[in-house]
Ligand binder design. Sequence first.
Ligand code: TYD
Length: 424
Amino acid sequence: MKYTNVIFDLDGTLTDSAPGILAGIRYAHEKMNWPLPDDATQRLFLGPPLMVSFTRFSGMTTKEAAKAQDYYREFYNSTGSMNNSVYPGIRQLLVALKKQGVSLGVATHKPLATSIQILKAFDLYRFFDAVAGPEPGEDPSKGELIQRAMKKNAKTVMIGDRATDVIGAQEAGVDGIAALYGYGSRAEFEEVETRFYANRVQDLYELLDVKPIKNRGIFLSFEGNDGTGKSTQAKLLAERLRQNGHDVLLTREPGGTQIGEKIRELLLDFKNLEMDKVTEALLFAAARAQHVKQVILPALQEGKLVISDRFVDSSIAYQGAGRGIGIDQVRAINAPAVAGCMPDVTIFLSLNPDEGIKRLVQTREADRLEIAGDDFHQSVADAFKDMIQREERFLPIDASGSIDEVAARVYEQAQTRLMEKQLI
Ligand code: TYD
């Protein structure tokens, strides 16, 4: 291993805040009724202080720029920061570095408290042994910050996306690597005689002489009675984990493949009232077999985090209990379809079934299964309750409240469970 201590700049190196910043800049221009500069000019806003950018690139006076900056902050504080994300590949790199005993640091010009907040929001904080950023009222150089983040008696390297990061590295007497996937340009790095360049995150493996780690895939499923907001929550969790830098695949049952989607149409079409319950169970299992073999297993083998909106537990509850085929029978039908590929964690959104159906009626037309009657839905709910009690894999989560409230609950509890199981 070439280095025993790797220090990263934050914005533009670990995290990409460009989409949020650009959206804020567009918002500020709109509010000011000011012509929006072209795309290339907008990108120049990434880096210098905002006041400088509004005056230099948009031609505002200092007073106008201050007003634009207020609008920008108003936007950024409400929604802009949600557009940020960890660069793809960074999380996997940090895992590999940690596993190979490298100590990690952050040296950033963002205020220290904000930086820690950002690292925590993206679930990156726990990877770092030291974080250095300006404390209130001080204005340290990048070299000074790198020194604060450095581990003693280690072979250190600094990775950053702007020339100031390499200048800081030189000041601190350590190697510097240019992260060209961030906001800086090659020209600014050449000007300061940078020796090492990473065009992509993947290039860092070779530059740091660290081996990529093949991570094991993670399989999450969502279950719940009809109308619990499961599909919305599965999507929101997928987005949040993607922002954190996980390689996420979101899929659903019945469906998830071309063949599966055709079977789904047959199953949910409320005109197919004559469908026998065994036919129904076999069709769900058939769609699942295709889904597991064509989508889920290959993604897990690539190390992805797979989220499936419903999986085999739905068949056990709906066909086994709801339709009364029997749980053992449904398990047997599904054994070759599932082929041993079971979720690591099953998030169960729990809501009183009556309330669930009420929510559904308010939002859209019901499908063939949803009109099956109260007894049916009660048996489904009971079957799920039973599974939750028996199987450790289940993570029941209260689905009452607003979409955002439930999403926050789902994220927190899923993270905790995945960490307990040492899957992330
Ligand atoms: P869907 O539109 O996905 O409903 P929801 O948003 O509630 O998940 O339709 C899936 C329906 O199919 C739902 O009523 C549950 C049912 N179902 C089964 O009966 N067995 C199964 O194995 C699966 C996957 C779903």
